[in-house]
Structure formats: C-alpha cells, structure tokens
Design a protein. Structure first.
Ligand code: AMP
Length: 471
C-alpha cells in the first residue's frame, strides 16, 4: 500500500529480526523477538516467512501482540522468517509497513535505519524500470533495486552486491527470499546488528539488538560487521564482506536512549554504561538535594549511578503508565504534550517537601522536561533540579532514530540558562560530551556522535543546507 501523503526523505526507524531454523516455527520465533524489540517501534509491525516455495507476509499498524495474532501466525508456515517493528514520527502512520515486497514476491526486505539521500537509487530505478517511484520510501527503493537485479536472473547475493553502491546511509537490513535469510549492514555500522545461534544447532538468527536473541534463547555469536552480508540457508551461515572500505561508527544514541538496557553493544552492557553515565554526571555536577528521581524507565540506570556516586537517596518519585507508548510516537505536537501527562505519574508522598534531582536520559524538544518539572513541583517538591544524562542534543538525526528538525531541538535554539527558565527548574545541567565518551569506555572515533556534535559520517545531502553547524 502506497500513500499519497508521504514525505519520502523522512523515513521509518525500527527493529529488524531474521531467523533460519530447522523447525517450522520461524514465524513464532520472530514474533517473540519482535516482542522483545517492541521498544524500538510501536507504530506498525510485520513478519514474512518462507518455506522454500513461497513468501507470505502479515503486517499492519499496531503492536506486535495485536497484529501477529494466533490466527495470523497460523497462516505463516515456513522455517525462515524476517520481522520488523516500525518506529516513525513522520509520514503516514497508515502505510509503508514492512517487510516490503512487490507483486513478484521474489524478495522481502525490512530495514532499520535511514538513507538520508535516495536520489541515486531513485534515478537508477526510474531509468531502468520506467516506474514512477515518487511515493516510495528508502526501504521500498532498496527492495525494488534488489528485485530488479534478481529479475535479471542474478542470485540474491549478486543482486545485493550490485545494488550496494546505491545505498547511501544507515541500514541494518533483513532480506528474505524463498530459501535464504540475509542480513546486510552499512559500511559504518551505524545501527546495531547481531548474530545468534539457536539451541541444538537448529539454525541462526540476526537481530537489531542482543535482547532479541536472548528472547528466543539464541546464543550471541558476534555482531554483523560494517559492510558485511550474512547469508543463512540450508548450508549454514556464510559471510561476505561487501564494502571494502569500512569505518565503524555505531550511533552513540543507542547507548544513551534507544537500546534496551539488557542488550550489549560493542560487547558492553547498555545498563552498565548508563549507570556509569550517571556516576560520571554525579562527579561532574554536584547538587545538594534529598532524593534522586529517574524519569522512568530510560533514566533508571543513570539515576542509580548518580545516587550511588553522590550518596543521595534514589527513589521512584515518578511512575510510568506502561500502557501508553513512547511520547515521540505521536506525530501531533498537542497530543504529545497530553501524552506526557498520561504517561508519567508523580508520587506525592515521595516528592513532598523534598529537594529533588530529576534525571532524564536526554532532553530533545524539552516538552517532557517542562511537563515533568511542573508535575514534580505541583506534587510539593521544595526544589527541582533537572539533570540530563547526555549532552545537549543540537543536531538532528538522519540515520534512523528520528529526532526532530534542528528548529525543534531546544538546545539548538536556547542557551542552558534559557532552557532552565523555559522548563521551570531551579537548576539544569547536562553530562559533558567528554564525560559521555568516558562513561562508555569506548574510543570516540568508534561512534557516530552527530546528534551532539553535528559530525555526520555519511553524506546527508540536501539536509546539510538546513543545518546551522555553529549552535
Ligand atoms: P523531549 O525533550 O520532550 O523531546 O523528550 C525527551 C524524552 O524523549 C526523553 O525522556 C527521552 O527518553 C526520549 N527520547 C529521546 N530521544 C528520543 C527519540 N529519538 N525517540 C523517542 N524518544 C526519545
């Protein structure tokens, strides 16, 4: 389904998962993993399966549990499957579900990431297929070009190798044909991607995060290398290095916010790194206060770290209503503000009369902070000190996590003092950039830090014109 109201350059962000198994439960395994990866996208979800003969797909808007019902899963036989959860702040929420495929049904593709420039890809397809592709998004263009080469009698591996130079951007892709499950990662490895081995030698899985592998008891083998293609079929797992020149640049925002705390990136625990961010924050920003309160759930590890290092008591002064999805998911600003109120609940008996440190993992638009500072004060707090466990987000993301435009990023528009005043906190402080890098224990050059520094490792094309690099 192709919508008419889609802005092609603003694409979907997401979770992907693929599995090749000797049993016939591939769809169930993917469904379980998509559940574990639900935090990476709640807007839409899809599963494609293959049984050697045909590819079948179930996809639609909503959460994994509501789209992949028992009835739907029963219609997805096969020992190979790929899956997708979509996270999108732009474009129509009612179309462009993944995995994407065409009427040829030769190959299904699901994408985590974003191609900031698709001109080369689009031009190639228009020239070679004569199709008008105006309403295709980046993932659909990727699928079409791979299929174009397959229709020319190339193997899927050859088709991917031929298409690869046309993909400019960030991608962890899972690709399904009638008899293969394939993983493909961009030359910078911007979005995470890991390989796991199923129990009893039953096959392999590839996942956006290691927590997806854990959910089906697959044993972590290693991360997919930047520029690497992983092919899994009856003959096992094969690796092909497609990109000759690779510079590893995993997005640091995965550590700050996006990944689930029980996942591992670069072999390190997200939970432990977030705690260290909190400890580092406590070393850098000392505050005389009574309690440390996390913005649940993403800032819990950092707040525990802050409390540990500072000796200030940790308490759950804010509760999260788990039945409301992430605030960013609602593309309409007014609704987003309302969502914050529904999502966070102040615990009056904990906050009343206290000097409170509230810690969030990041401040992006400032909408959440303003609401919650107000909320904590209304609940009787004597002082509210807001801390961000990451530095000022000054630059938009173009590689798949959908931060807003630079105009909407509060730290790109206001000084720290102005933001403090805007959110109504007694004090406001951010973790330093150096402190963030130090907390990860990973060399800075191994990260894409564009949200904080404006250094974009992959061409962002026309978008660069709209960015003020001096904020
Ligand atoms: P705000 O400052 O109101 O825009 O929202 C900041 C909150 O959104 C923080 O609590 C983060 O946990 C969360 N957040 C940060 N980055 C993202 C993102 N790319 N997508 C969704 N939520 C995010």
């Amino acid at each position: 389904m192709i919508s008419q109201d889609f802005t092609p350059e603003l694409s979907e962000k997401c979770a992907v998962f693929g599995v090749y198994t000797k049993t016939h439960y591939a769809a169930r395994l993917v469904c379980t993993a998509l559940w574990a990866l639900q935090h990476r996208g709640q807007e839409a979800t899809g599963i494609s399966t293959a049984d050697g003969e045909t590819i079948r797909t179930n996809k639609g808007p909503g959460l994994v549990a509501s789209v992949h019902t028992e009835e739907a899963l029963n219609k997805l036989p096969g020992h190979m499957a790929i899956g997708h959860n979509r996270y999108s702040t732009f474009g129509s929420p009612f179309s462009h579900f993944q995995p994407c495929y065409t009427e040829h049904n030769l190959v299904a593709v699901a994408h985590n990431g974003n191609l900031p420039t698709v001109d080369k890809l689009r031009e190639f397809l228009i020239k070679n297929t004569g199709k008008g592709l105006d309403h295709h998004n980046d993932s659909e263009l990727i699928q079409e070009v791979i299929e174009f080469y397959m229709l020319k009698e190339m193997s899927v591996e050859e088709a991917i190798e031929k298409s690869f130079p046309l993909f400019t951007g960030a991608f962890s892709l899972v690709i399904l044909t009638k008899n293969k499950v394939i993983g493909l990662r961009d030359a910078h490895g911007i979005r995470p991607f890991s390989i796991g081995k199923l129990n009893n030698d039953e096959g392999y899985a590839i996942s956006s995060e290691t927590c997806g592998l854990d959910s089906i008891n697959a044993e972590f083998v290693r991360d997919v290398k930047p520029g690497e293609m992983i092919v899994i079929d009856d003959n096992g797992l094969h690796s092909y290095q497609i990109a000759k020149k690779t510079v590893e640049k995993l997005d640091i925002f995965e550590f700050v916010y996006f990944s689930r705390p029980d996942s591992f990136l670069y072999g390190k625990s997200i939970n432990e790194i977030r705690r260290e961010m909190g400890r580092q924050l406590a070393r850098e920003k000392k505050i005389d206060a009574d309690i440390v309160v996390p913005v649940p759930n993403s800032a819990i590890p950092a707040s525990l770290g802050y409390a540990e290092e500072s000796g200030i008591k940790f308490d759950h002064g804010l509760l999260k209503n788990s039945y409301i999805h992430r605030t960013f998911i609602n593309p309409v600003h007014v609704m987003r503000e309302k969502d914050v109120k529904l999502k966070l609940i102040p615990m009056k008996e904990i906050l009343k009369g206290k000097r409170v440190i509230v810690i969030d993992d990041s401040i992006v638009r400032g909408t959440t902070s303003k609401k919650l500072v107000h909320m904590v004060r209304n609940a009787g707090a004597k002082e509210v000190h807001l801390l961000s466990a990451s530095p000022e987000v000054k630059y938009p993301d173009f590689y798949g996590i959908a931060t807003p435009t630079q105009q909407e990023l509060i730290a790109a528009q206001m000084s720290v003092e102005e933001i403090r005043n805007f959110v109504g906190a007694d004090t406001l402080q951010y973790l330093s950039y150096e402190g963030l890098i130090k907390a990860t224990g990973i060399p800075e050059e191994k990260f894409c830090t564009s949200c904080f520094t404006g250094k974009y490792p992959i061409d962002i094309g026309e978008h660069a014109k709209n960015i003020n690099f001096k904020v």
